[in-house]
Design a protein around this ligand. Structure first.
Ligand code: KIV
Ligand code: NA
Length: 278
């Protein structure tokens, strides 16, 4: 399949072909995304912090750590558009620093776009990064990097004020040049409403079935994440069970000396060499 670009994603939206996005944090996962022509976008999400590095929240992830993983994912990425999250603290200090850090994700990480959490208040940053030639995906609704400020993870847009905020944010980001919007944790009716209000693709997670596309975190949908399972997560595979079966079978085979087989899983030595050695 040909490389997916913002243009192709706009065409998919116009044609009503749902956009598929999955997260990846390492080389083998990137290869798995690239092996399926139906996957449009590979996202190195800052969920990397919890599901891969064992941090408690995305606010602990540094740009340096993100870069290291984007590089690995880039080595395994073929046709999907490669988007990287801008970590907490990498775009708030100044617009210049935000642009510089977006450049690092592209130049050192080989990302083809960046994703930034925030709405109206970061629209000027989105504009500058876009003008610099880097495609920006907005991220509105539930913004996990704000969990410190909002005391947890809550569905957004349930009351009128909050719903209006989500729509306003969407329009500001579109105006600032965002090529797509990730919409997280909003009622399905609002997911549909925002999607109808903007002319760029919306990619939902916990935003109902009417967005232009969907995204899930790799470990959530593979069933390898043993932490909290959000309402919107569907486990499309049960890799955890297979994985645990493998670990157990290996450990038992070593304990009972049935692994390795002396015939098929071992090397042999010339008997003459062995005689001299002894
Ligand atoms: O970091 C992440 O994985 C995300 C999800 C919303 C897909 O941003
Ligand atoms: Na994220």
């Amino acid at each position: 399949r040909k490389k997916v670009t913002p243009n192709i994603l706009h065409q998919q939206r116009a044609a009503g072909t749902p956009i598929t996005m999955l997260t990846a944090y390492d080389y083998p996962t990137a290869k798995a995304c690239s092996a399926n022509p139906l996957i449009d976008i590979t996202l190195v999400g800052d969920s990397l912090a919890q599901v891969c590095l064992g941090y408690e929240s995305t606010t602990q992830l540094t740009l340096r750590e993100m870069l290291y993983h984007v590089q690995a994912v880039a080595r395994g990425t073929k046709h999907p558009m490669l988007v990287a999250d801008m970590p907490f603290g990498s775009y708030q200090l100044s617009v210049d620093e935000a642009v510089a850090n977006a450049f690092r994700l592209v130049q050192e990480g080989r990302a083809e776009g960046v994703k930034i959490e925030g709405g109206q208040e970061i629209a000027h940053i989105v504009r500058r990064i876009t003008q610099a030639g880097i495609p920006v995906m907005g991220h509105i609704g539930l913004m996990p990097q704000r969990y410190l400020a909002t005391s947890g993870y809550r569905v957004q847009g349930r009351d009128l004020e909050s719903a209006k905020r989500v729509v306003t944010d969407a329009l500001y980001l579109q105006d600032a040049g965002a090529f797509a919007l990730l919409v997280e944790g909003v009622p399905k009716e609002l997911g549909k409403h925002v999607t109808e209000k903007v002319s760029i693709p919306t990619i939902g997670i916990g935003a109902g079935p009417s967005t232009s596309g969907q995204v899930l975190v790799w470990d959530d949908m593979m069933g390898t994440w043993s932490g909290h399972k959000a309402k919107f997560v569907r486990r499309f595979a049960d890799v955890q069970t297979h994985r645990d079966v493998g670990v157990d079978a290996y450990a038992k085979a070593v304990r009972d000396r049935s692994f390795p087989s002396p015939d098929t899983e071992s090397y042999t030595m010339d008997p003459a060499v062995l005689a001299e050695l002894q």
